[in-house]
Design a protein around this ligand. Structure first.
Ligand code: FES
Length: 112
């Protein structure tokens, strides 16, 4: 594992209140990674596939510390991945990120 992280995006690539998906081949993870930008501008990484069915959390709504799945509206905490409401019952998997000079670095499978 790289101690400096994997450069996966620039901050400007991710609109506030939205997310983008990073291919698992780039991230070196089991699932694609959703980079999610909260409405205060801070960013977080979760496994992209919703824990309920197959939906991309990167296509969800990001607001107030949570992402809402675009398919059936379960919400997950951006920081911890903890699921907030049904129908999903499993937490999303979070990953550590660092932003340096406007570039976003992913630390796959490290706790945030
Ligand atoms: S697929 Fe995400 S809540 Fe159903």
């Amino acid at each position: 594992m790289s101690s400096t992280g994997i450069r996966v995006a620039t901050l400007d690539d991710i609109p506030v209140g939205q997310g983008i998906a990073i291919d698992k081949a780039v991230a070196g993870t089991d699932d694609d990674i959703a980079l999610l930008r909260d409405d205060d501008g801070s960013i977080y990484a979760l496994n992209d596939t919703c824990t309920h069915e197959v939906a991309s959390l990167a296509e969800g709504w990001v607001e107030g510390g949570y992402v809402e799945c675009p398919m059936h509206s379960s919400k997950f905490c951006l920081k911890s991945g903890e699921v907030q409401c049904l129908p999903a019952t499993e937490n999303a998997h979070p990953h550590r990120l660092e932003v340096r000079d406007g570039e976003v670095y992913l630390f796959p499978n490290e706790a945030p």
